[in-house]
Each structure stands twice: as structure tokens, then as C-alpha cells.
Design a protein around this ligand. Structure first.
Ligand code: C2E
Ligand code: CA
Ligand code: CA
Ligand code: CA
Length: 276
């Protein structure tokens, strides 16, 4: 990070290189963000590739800092993970999203991103159970998205938590599949329901790039053989849409249907796309 003179923080460098003092400032700013109502959630619909109906919506965090504008979660989530603040921030996101989704038509599920760091928190299961109870959201309408980095240094405790999540009836999705540590064995062991194919593959998959298309094809075949639902992330163009549909992806997420939107904008979309 670089100091640009005032009290502001610039997020240029990987946060690992932050000096202790800067780290404390960012931690303070993020702590203030949570308390001061600067964090918001937006939601992105995930569409069934066959019926065109909205299956679920993914909650995505936004940080609006008055003097600074919008800070991308790609920048502040890693800092939150390092400082441990992802635990209270992630809890806020889960509570807020579950309360919101409990108001949606019951056929629409909610997906929430969970950092591996949150699963290491001893209070995680209690928090999850109480959040579901307070919101009234049925557990089978919630899916937790976890990146494959969770398997990098997985402990017996984290394995147990993944198992307990499934026991609750909450689903698990492997996020950003293909970008990190490929963990085919764990996919089966941990009983993930959904596999989200990372946008880098989807983006480059086209008739002109048969290698990327072949990767998507192979991942879909793997997921099918493990009885998992596939989601193509980051679908932007008609060409990408046709290709991932032809390959047999079950669900589509991307700007071609909708960018992430505030909760209030979902209702007209539900009414429009999910008309019976
Ligand atoms: P992700 O979980 O892979 O989320 C998908 C990202 O792709 C989102 O970026 C979304 O806005 C973006 N996206 C969706 N469709 C398209 C498309 O067609 N084209 C392009 N170019 N992008 C598309 P966003 O919202 O900036 O979030 C970035 C990452 O930050 C997320 O990646 C996730 O890893 C993390 N994140 C966001 N919210 C949370 C949260 O509440 N908790 C945790 N732990 N992580 C979060
Ligand atoms: Ca995600
Ligand atoms: Ca993803
Ligand atoms: Ca991602």
C-alpha cells in the first residue's frame, strides 16, 4: 500500500507487504466501515441455462467510502482476511443476505461467499445456525461459496466444519474452479454440490480458442461424473453463452444477464424472468 498524503489508503501492493502501521490504519478503516454503514451487498442472478429462470442470486460486498468512492472487494477482502476482520464482516454479510433472501420467492436460493479464514473461526457453526434461525431462511436455500484454496492447508477441524455445513442441509459450491490448487479428490470427499467454473476460462472460451473451450468441456464432464451442478461465471457475450450452453453448463452467471444489483432491483427481475 502507498500513502498518498492524507488519511487515505491506496491499495496498490499485495497486502502482504504492508507495514504494521499501515495495516493498523486499514484495519481501523475497515472496522469503521462495518460500524458506519459503509458496507453494502449487491446481488447477481444466476440463471438456469435451460429454462432461463433465476435459480439463485450471489451476494457480493461493496465498500462505499465517502471520500474515496467504491472500493472493490477484490482489494479489501484480502486485507480483511489478513487482519481477521473477515470474521465480523463475513458474519454481517451472511446475516444481511439471509434476511434479504428470506423475502424472495421460495424457489430462489442465495449464494454467499465464505473465506477459508471464516471456517477456522471456532464460532462459525453457531453463527451459521443462529443466522438461519433468525432469518427464517430454509437451509436448503443457502449455498456457501468457498474457493479451492480452502484445501491448501486443510485441517481436520475445517474438514469437520464442511461436513457439519452439509449436515445442516446448507449446500457448498467450489468457487473459481481451476484457478488454484486443483483438488479433485477433495471435491468428492467434501461433498460439494456445485462447481463454479472461473471466468478466466469462460472469458477465453470461444470457437477461436479451442483449448479454453476444451478445459470448460473437461471440467463440466468431471462435475457431471461427480453429480455436481456447474455454473459458468462471467458470461458476457452471446458467443460465450452459446458455447457454455452447448457444452452443457447447468447455470449461467454474468453481465449478459445482469451485473450485481442492489436488493431492491431484484424484484422486477424475479417478476419478469420467473413468470409462470
Ligand atoms: P467471485 O466470488 O468470483 O465473484 C464474481 C465476481 O465476478 C464479482 O466481482 C462479480 O461482480 C464479477 N462478475 C460477474 N459477472 C461478470 C461478468 O460477466 N464479467 C466480469 N468481468 N465480471 C463479472 P466482485 O463483486 O468485484 O467480487 C470480487 C471477489 O471478491 C469475489 O469473486 C469474491 O471472491 C470476493 N467477495 C465479494 N464479496 C464477498 C463476501 O461477501 N465475502 C467474501 N469472503 N468474499 C467476497
Ligand atoms: Ca463467488
Ligand atoms: Ca467465482
Ligand atoms: Ca473470482
Amino acid at each position: 500500500a502507498k500513502d498518498n498524503g492524507g488519511n487515505e489508503i491506496c491499495f496498490y501492493e499485495p497486502s502482504l507487504h504492508l507495514r504494521a502501521e499501515e495495516r493498523r490504519r486499514i484495519e481501523l478503516a475497515l472496522r469503521g466501515a462495518l460500524g458506519g454503514g459503509e458496507l453494502r451487498l449487491v446481488y447477481q442472478p444466476v440463471i438456469d441455462a435451460v429454462t432461463g429462470r433465476i435459480e439463485s442470486c450471489e451476494a457480493l460486498m461493496r465498500w462505499f467510502k465517502p471520500e474515496f468512492g467504491e472500493i472493490s472487494p477484490a482489494k479489501f477482502i484480502p486485507l480483511a482476511e489478513e487482519t481477521g476482520l473477515i470474521v465480523p464482516i463475513g458474519e454481517w454479510a451472511l446475516r444481511t443476505a439471509c434476511a434479504e433472501a428470506a423475502q424472495w420467492p421460495s424457489e430462489i436460493s442465495l449464494a454467499v461467499n465464505i473465506s477459508p479464514r471464516q471456517l477456522q473461526d471456532p464460532g462459525f457453526m453457531t453463527m451459521l445456525v443462529s443466522t438461519l434461525a433468525r432469518s427464517g431462511l430454509e437451509p436448503n436455500r443457502l449455498e456457501l461459496e468457498i474457493t479451492e484454496t480452502v484445501f491448501l492447508n486443510i485441517t481436520p477441524d475445517t474438514r469437520k466444519i464442511l461436513h457439519q455445513i452439509r449436515q445442516l442441509g446448507v449446500r457448498l459450491a467450489m468457487d473459481d474452479f481451476g484457478t488454484g490448487y486443483s483438488s479433485l479428490g477433495y471435491l468428492r470427499e467434501a461433498n460439494f454440490d456445485t462447481l463454479k467454473i472461473d471466468q478466466t476460462f469462460v472469458r477465453s472460451a470461444s470457437r477461436d480458442d479451442p483449448d479454453s473451450a476444451a478445459i470448460v468441456r473437461a471440467v463440466v464432464a468431471l462435475a457431471n461424473s461427480l453429480d455436481m451442478t456447474t455454473v459458468a461465471e462471467g458470461v458476457e457475450t452471446q458467443e460465450q453463452l452459446e458455447l457454455v450452453c452447448e457444452i452443457g453448463c447447468d447455470r449461467i452467471q454474468g453481465y449478459i444477464f445482469s451485473a450485481p444489483v442492489p436488493a431492491n432491483d431484484l424484484r422486477p427481475m424475479f417478476a419478469d424472468k420467473n413468470r409462470r
